[in-house]
Design a protein around this ligand. Structure first.
Ligand SMILES: Nc1ncnc2c1ncn2[C@@H]1O[C@H](COP(=O)(O)OP(=O)(O)O)[C@@H](O)[C@H]1O
Ligand SMILES: [Mg+2]
Length: 266
């Protein structure tokens, strides 16, 4: 049975700013991200040179619970990456609302708070490495949000250890394998100490070994309490989540768990 309590107010400090947020408890867990009737249109130039609207997200509503491991699957073009980019404020919704701990992600003043709570790891590690030395790359995020240098050192070391890249911290990023680069990208996200990490097909460009290591890290981060949203093409990866959302044509087709979706309890 799902026990639903009425929403209540809670005071939260992020950085130096305090927020009075609304918390919703459903079945004993807290909602970290609330999406209500999200719409996203891309404007693109059609064959005739006229601008046309391409609806990529078409009325998605979701509650994502703190500490959960959610997989998002669906065919190419179903809107998964667009949804992910809306979640951490890289794209501004055309309609509907996204709230992270009650903060509306259309609020420019809160976008950095949202990005430090909801980090993102993309498919191609080469596009995410911004500094040539591993540890400098991991420090980039915390530096950008103005973390004290002594704190940065601690966060970077901790993040590199978590992904098993501490011994290679002084290496040039270009020397690394694809899997190692992706682990550095994950360390970059972890160094922000986010509550939630969205992984958009993080293993798609990796060999089986790199894929396995990245999945192990994702599972460990989840066990340590990080909310994981994993967009993936691989059903065996989705099967590790506790909730699987199937998208099609910008809509949610199904929202269930591995046993329900695949039929055989693990
Ligand atoms: N930058 C863009 N400009 C125009 N259309 C886009 C852009 N990015 C994605 N789309 C379109 O939006 C839809 C959803 O794409 P996307 O979110 O990338 O799906 P997925 O990640 O599931 O493959 C597709 O129809 C795609 O062609
Ligand atoms: Mg995609």
């Amino acid at each position: 049975m799902l026990v639903t309590a009425p929403p209540f107010q809670m005071l939260v400090s992020i950085g130096k700013i305090r927020y009075n947020i609304q918390v919703m408890i459903q079945g004993g867990s807290m909602s970290i991200i609330s999406i209500d009737n999200l719409i996203f249109d891309y404007n693109r130039i059609g064959d005739d040179g006229v601008e046309v609207k391409q609806r990529a997200i078409d009325g998605v509503s979701l509650e994502l619970e703190a500490g959960s491991f959610v997989a998002i699957v669906g065919q190419n073009g179903s809107g998964k990456s667009t949804l992910a980019k809306c979640l951490n404020g890289l794209l501004v919704p055309t309609g509907g609302t996204i709230k992270v701990y009650g903060m509306d992600n259309r609020d420019d003043e809160r976008i950095w708070d949202i990005r430090s709570k909801v980090a993102m790891v993309f498919q191609n590690p080469d596009n995410q490495i911004v500094n040539s030395i591993v540890e400098d790359d991991v420090a980039f995020g915390p530096e950008n949000i103005g973390v004290e240098p002594s704190e940065i050192r601690i966060k970077v070391d901790e993040a590199l250890k978590k992904v098993g890249m501490y011994d290679l911290r002084n290496k040039g990023a270009h020397m690394l394998s694809g899997g190692q680069k992706q682990r550095v990208a994950i360390a970059g996200a972890v160094a922000m100490r986010p509550d939630c990490i969205i992984f958009d097909e993080p293993t798609a460009m990796l060999d089986p070994k790199g894929r396995k290591q990245v999945m192990e890290i994702i599972n460990e981060l989840h066990e340590q309490g990080i909310t994981v949203i994993l967009i993936t093409h691989f059903m065996q990866e989705a099967a590790e989540a506790d909730r699987i959302i199937v998208m099609q044509d910008g809509k949610i087709m199904s929202d269930s768990n591995p046993a329900e979706l695949f039929g055989n309890p693990r």
